[in-house]
Design a protein around this ligand. Structure first.
Ligand SMILES: *Cc1c(COP(=O)(O)O)cnc(C)c1O
Length: 457
């Protein structure tokens, strides 16, 4: 098996012999049963909307367990997983070091609502190895971290308006559930029912990768802008890689206008490297937010800044923010165990090399076969886009019609034992637990699936 795989991936991948044709659907009987039940309990049968498989085929898979790079569903199907719980599991599922630490700490109780030494320990791991934060605050989710960062920026600057970018997701905070209206610089229009128009009016939404737009926004709302918020590397609506020069431009224009630059690194933090996208670009955001990886699979978020800015958070300062379960000891334990592994020398180099090799070999195959597919990737994040554009840097560059192709890809991948997020706008993650063997297997499944997708091109 291994030998034949090796042969397959040497030489010109465009000539690679692959079996084409759809595979029969895997059994989803138990998942379907659970889903029917779940629909009685939860809107859409889920506790977070994208899980409902609305933009792909079939009922959502109910996952029973995960180990390493694998997950198993309720019907016993095994998958190589590239969703990784949407990013947190950079070490893979059920990592022994994380599991052991959590189990150990749990013996002493689950929550106290009082400080514990574990909070210090995780904070020290982060602050000592990250030049962007001097003081931090733990929350229980990425959404909370961002919501608090925005409040802090407003409290610190005494200004109200926020500039956000079309195509960036920052969690489900009211004032950030907004999309661009028509025109270069617009007030946000709410993208969710239940968000007051007046909230959305405090948020200005502009396109990514557009210097004129941000310049115009600062001119139009002179002295009103508290902060510009951007995802470290936008990775919630495709992977919209920005030019370093543009990010530096943002940094400067914020300074000139005494607005804070908030880097929402809930996905990119500890993913692109221990210091996230800020180090990747070489810029210094005023406030950063983390989530996902920081909790090792348990609910943790964090925001941080200079000691001076963080001095505005209560009880030191006037910006109120709190949490019953903030700094929860069990969650801290998972974070400590996971981040300790990430700090091992060579960790990111090895992971990122593995991931880019994976992405690039898929790209070579697609190019050789003239398939309209681009595999964008950075660090261990990848995104397969059905496009022939060399760069996709703003939300408008994504062709919604291409999502029909993704639907087919998704079904073919599931039927070949590959689990990826159930939407073509979602990125995939390679974890340290994906070995070369599994990546070869996954690659082969992806190539076969692409042949099916493009069969009638
Ligand atoms: C996931 C994510 C959030 C929201 O985090 P939750 O833990 O889901 O609340 C915010 N910002 C970015 C960039 C994210 O990727």
């Amino acid at each position: 098996m291994l030998e034949s795989l090796k042969k397959m991936f040497s030489g010109n991948e465009g000539d690679m012999p692959v079996s084409t044709g759809s595979k029969p659907d895997i059994s989803r009987e138990k998942s379907a049963e659970l889903y029917e039940k779940a629909k009685n309990y939860f809107p859409g049968g889920v506790n977070s909307p994208v899980r409902a498989f609305k933009s792909v085929y079939g009922t959502p898979l109910f996952i029973q367990k995960g180990d390493g790079c694998f997950v198993w569903d309720a019907d016993g199907n095994q998958f190589i997983d590239f969703c990784g719980s949407w990013g947190p599991l950079i070490l893979g599922h059920n990592h022994p070091k994380v599991r052991d630490k959590v189990t150990e700490v749990m013996q002493n109780g689950m929550s106290f609502g009082a400080p514990t030494a574990l909070e210090n320990e995780l904070a020290e791991l982060i602050i000592k190895n990250n030049k962007f934060v001097e003081k931090i605050r733990f929350t229980s989710s990425g959404t909370e971290a961002v919501m608090s960062a925005i409040r802090l920026a407003r409290g610190y600057t005494g200004k109200d308006k926020i500039i956000k970018f079309e195509g960036c997701y920052h969690g489900h905070t009211d004032s950030l559930l907004v999309k661009a209206g028509s025109g270069l610089v617009t007030f946000g229009e709410t993208s969710s029912a239940g968000v007051p128009k007046s909230f959305a009016q405090e948020t200005i939404v502009i396109p990514l990768n557009d210097k004129d737009a941000i310049k115009a926004a600062f001119e139009q709302f002179k002295d009103e802008v508290a902060a510009v918020i951007i995802e470290g590397i936008p990775a919630n609506n495709g992977l919209l890689m920005q030019d370093v020069e543009y990010i530096k431009y943002l940094e400067n224009i914020c300074k000139e206008n005494k607005a804070l630059l908030i880097f929402d690194e809930v996905i990119t933090g500890f993913r692109l490297g221990f210091e996230g996208a800020a180090a990747h670009y070489g810029v210094k955001p005023d406030i950063v937010t983390y989530g996902k990886i920081i909790g090792g699979g348990l609910p943790v978020g964090m925001y941080g800044a200079s000691a001076e800015i963080m001095g505005h958070i209560s009880p030191d300062g006037g910006v109120y923010q709190a949490g019953t379960l903030s700094g929860n000891p069990v969650a801290m334990a998972a974070g400590i165990a996971q981040l300790t592994e990430l700090l091992r020398s060579g960790f990111y180099k090895e992971l990122n090399n593995k991931a880019s090799e994976f992405a690039e070999s898929i790209q070579r195959f697609a190019t050789a076969r003239n398939y309209k597919l681009k595999v964008f990737h950075v660090g261990s994040i990848f995104w397969m886009a059905f496009t022939d554009k060399d760069k996709i840097q703003s939300a408008d560059d994504i062709d919604p019609a291409s999502m029909e192709k993704f639907k087919v890809l998704h079904r073919e991948l599931l039927n070949r034992g590959i689990y990826i997020g159930p939407s073509g706008y979602e990125v995939g993650f390679v974890s340290a637990a994906h070995t070369k063997i599994e990546l070869e297997k996954a690659k082969r499944a992806i190539l076969e699936s692409l042949d099916v997708v493009f069969r009638n091109k």
